[in-house]
Design a protein around this ligand. Structure first.
Ligand SMILES: [Zn+2]
Length: 499
């Protein structure tokens, strides 16, 4: 240690010993975790954190249906987003209002991060923390927002103010790393009947959609997740892979989900290192065991920051390269529009709590489907043409901040037009969705009649655009009621492709 470093340490020691505000308590802490932090108390608390630390500022990302503010705490030593050498990380919690511990963990984390001993993180990281995406749901401990929408199924159509706020905020800073914080409940009847329940305090998953670049998926899976499991394990939290599904013997368990309408894949598809963390909810879906739950969530989030700090260069390199490929139109030309979870012979040893013995145990899940396999691919087009009178699609494009422009036909452009021959249905993670059969016809753009707006796929949301607009996409707009009318049997699909 140089004399200069020692000199630098003195104020830090002074701070931690004398001024450092150990006495700041989160609203739930003040209530001994017998109640959750209310919106009003949360708002006051984050202002207190802001006032205590030169690292912190608050940015309003938007408002909920009922007009409550959705705020982000920004941690930066250099003016948030201004230093291109810093890596940008976003953690957001409580899209589901009845999953309280994500918010409580985020509030604990905010205090943790302004401690002098954690300041080193911000030499490399600009960090944004949104403790509560769904304040209206939280206030009444309900999963959905005040429009009765499930926000974590809204990231493609983006019709709710809460998800719009989140995506606008993401678009503004283009975070390289994101984490979406939830809770799972293992207390359902199907598990009681099975005689056991999952009992990991924290579960973690990453992107599995095949259209998220393989390098990003592999790096997240093989490097980030093992680090996080260790980080949590070393701090005495039991943790496991995020693997939704039915109790073994009663259905299958899959490794994660691959829809892009959630808070993880919708950012992953933009070549972001993207994670989901799910703590175990309380027995009452509310305050039961809240302190421990909040600490587990906080520890996982803290672990992510540590991982990013240690691997900053590599993460920037991987996400930077993949984003460059997307923006230059050189990303993988094959886009999987339908896929399924399949087994590979692997048996999952699932840690559970046995209701019979009252003890921790392991259950073997033989119908485990850890692999996502493509059922139908399309070739990535140069872009899509939207009839300028198709207002609902134009509005959708606007909500996503897509780059678009009026289309002036190029002499060499080839138009591809789908005709819908028939539709049947396909099982998608237990949901039955529409499965159209299409025929494609090509013609030169000079024959095109009518006015169109061009949405190029050479942009960071290029793959998301294709997944949204392809008629046979099982993740696409036409699988939502409000857009289903775009598919008419025997007719032309109004959205065209440019080859
Ligand atoms: Zn959730």
């Amino acid at each position: 240690m140089t004399p200069r470093q020692i000199l630098l340490l003195i104020p830090a020691m002074f701070f931690s010993a004398v001024v450092f505000p150990q006495e700041i308590l989160t609203p739930a802490e003040k209530l001994n975790f017998e109640q959750v932090s209310s919106y009003t108390d949360l708002s006051a608390y984050i202002r207190q954190i802001d006032a205590q630390s030169d690292l912190v500022s608050i940015e309003k990302t938007g408002s909920s249906v009922k007009g409550r503010e959705i705020n982000a705490l920004l941690f930066s030593t250099s003016g948030f987003g201004r230093d291109a050498g810093k890596i940008r990380v976003l953690i957001f919690a409580q899209q589901h209002g009845n999953e309280q511990s994500g918010k409580e963990g985020a509030l604990l984390l905010a205090r943790e991060l302004i401690r002098p001993e954690n300041r080193y993180l911000f030499d490399r990281i600009d960090f944004a923390l949104i403790p509560q995406i769904n304040p209206d749901g939280s206030e009444v401990n309900k999963r959905r927002n005040a429009n009765d929408a499930d926000l974590n199924r809204n990231h493609l159509i983006l019709t709710e103010p809460e998800t719009m706020a989140l995506h606008n905020f993401f678009d503004k800073y283009r975070f390289e790393v994101t984490m979406d914080v939830h809770e799972y409940s293992p207390f359902g009847d199907d598990w009681v009947t099975a005689g056991f329940r999952k009992n990991s305090e924290v579960t973690l998953g990453t992107t599995t959609n095949l259209n998220v670049p393989e390098k990003i998926r592999m790096f997240s899976q093989n490097k980030a997740l093992p680090f996080l499991f260790n980080f949590l394990g070393n701090r005495n939290f039991s943790c496991f892979t995020y693997c939704p599904g039915d109790p073994p013997g009663n259905g299958y368990i899959r490794h994660s989900t691959f829809d892009i309408n959630d808070g993880r894949q919708s950012f992953g598809i933009q070549s972001t290192l993207s994670f989901i963390q799910e703590g175990m909810n309380g027995k009452d879906d509310y305050t039961d065991n809240l302190k421990k739950r909040a600490q587990g969530q906080m520890t996982g989030m803290r672990g992510l920051l540590e991982f990013v700090f240690l691997n900053k260069k590599e993460v920037i390199k991987i996400t930077g390269r993949e984003r460059q490929l997307l923006m230059s139109g050189k990303a993988n030309p094959v886009i999987s529009v339908q896929s399924e979870h399949i087994g590979n012979g692997q048996v999952l040893n699932l840690p559970v709590f046995s209701y019979k013995t009252g003890m921790d145990s392991m259950v073997k899940a033989t119908d485990y489907r850890p692999v996502v396999s493509s059922l139908k691919d399309v070739v990535r087009p140069t872009g899509y043409l939207i009839p300028d009178k198709l207002y609902e699609i134009m509005e959708w494009a606007g909500r996503h901040n897509f780059e678009m422009r009026e289309y002036l036909p190029g002499r060499a452009d080839v138009i591809q037009e789908y005709t819908i021959l028939k539709t049947d249905s396909i099982d998608f993670e237990g949901d039955i969705v529409l499965n159209p059969f299409v025929e494609i016809r090509e013609y030169p753009a000079v024959q095109l009649a009518g006015k169109y707006v061009f949405i190029p796929t050479a942009q960071i949301k290029g793959t998301l655009i294709a997944l949204g607009l392809e008629p046979a996409s099982m993740l696409g707009l036409v699988t939502y009621k409000r857009y289903r009318h775009l598919l008419k049997i025997g007719e032309v699909y109004p959205i065209l492709r440019i080859k």
